[in-house]
Design a protein around this ligand. Structure first.
Ligand code: AMP
Length: 260
């Protein structure tokens, strides 16, 4: 299956892909819409992506438009939302999807509405170049899913029109394009406001070099040291290093102390 569909995977304990919609016990409200849309089988990115994201895990998906990636993250978002307490007055969205353009945001909204409406999940999209009033009204009425271009969302966050305190599911769609368009500072500013234990799904047509450095095991020490030096050269820098084991954490701490 993985070969046939040309899926490449990196990571630990990756669940097997599904082959049919019925391989996974999707809720009825999702299956009904899948039937209504006339989809026969999951696309490769859905077949592999759903089992991972439905486990609540973070995920970087490299897939082109046309691969079915939108439903790839909308369906788990809907399941996620249906497991959360209802929104209360003043709550912001549970799922936030950042996208580079108005056109993409609107396409995503269609999928979110098609699949969310049967379980009364409300979605809206906010983007620049359009009047703020209707977007603000949607946010204030309460939406479980907000699809946003970064600039307009920041305007609304700063003006207190919405907040990200309830957000536990974050999607960066076309992340490579957002970086190309210079959105990195805005993305950071938004992501900083979201609780760190959220689930994050990043989608990209290419591997975005700016934020992830994939390297060989033997290169790690040198790269880490370079990175620490670079960051510490900045004023008021603080760094958090995550490692997989307690032992590695001890090793790193000892080495950093030794090297001052
Ligand atoms: P996307 O890559 O999300 O832009 O989706 C591309 C197109 O594929 C959209 O028109 C979707 O309606 C369609 N699509 C998504 N999932 C499936 C599926 N499992 N089977 C057939 N078509 C799909």
């Amino acid at each position: 299956m993985k070969n046939e569909k040309e899926i490449t995977l990196r990571g630990k304990n990756i669940p097997n892909p599904i082959q049919y919609f019925t391989d996974y016990n999707f809720p009825d409200y999702v299956m009904a819409e899948i039937r209504r849309q006339g989809y026969e089988a999951p696309t490769p990115i859905q077949a592999q992506g759903w089992p991972i994201s439905l486990q609540g895990r973070d995920f970087v998906g490299i897939a082109q438009t046309g691969s079915g990636k939108t439903l790839g993250y909308i369906l788990p978002a809907i399941v996620h939302i249906n497991h959360q307490p209802y929104l209360e007055r003043g709550d912001g969205p549970i799922a936030l999807i950042l996208a580079p353009t108005r056109e993409l945001a609107q396409q995503i909204l269609t999928v979110a509405q098609d699949f969310g409406s049967s379980s009364k999940i409300r979605s809206t999209c906010v983007f620049g170049g359009a009047p703020k009033g209707p977007q603000i009204r949607d946010l204030e009425r309460g939406v479980e899913i907000c699809i946003a271009t970064p600039g307009r969302l920041i305007d609304f966050l700063e003006a207190g029109k919405t907040n990200l305190r309830r957000c536990t599911y974050l999607v960066l769609d076309e992340a490579d394009r957002m970086l190309d368009m210079g959105f990195e500072p805005q993305i950071r500013k938004i992501v900083e406001q979201i609780r760190p234990d959220r689930q994050t799904l990043m989608w990209s047509a290419t591997w975005p070099k700016e934020i992830v450095d994939v390297c060989q095991e033997m290169e790690k020490d040198t790269k880490l040291r370079q990175l620490l030096e670079e960051i510490m050269a900045e004023k008021e820098s603080k760094i958090i290093v995550f490692a997989e084991t307690k032992r590695k954490v001890d090793d790193l701490t000892r080495r950093m102390r030794r090297e001052g």
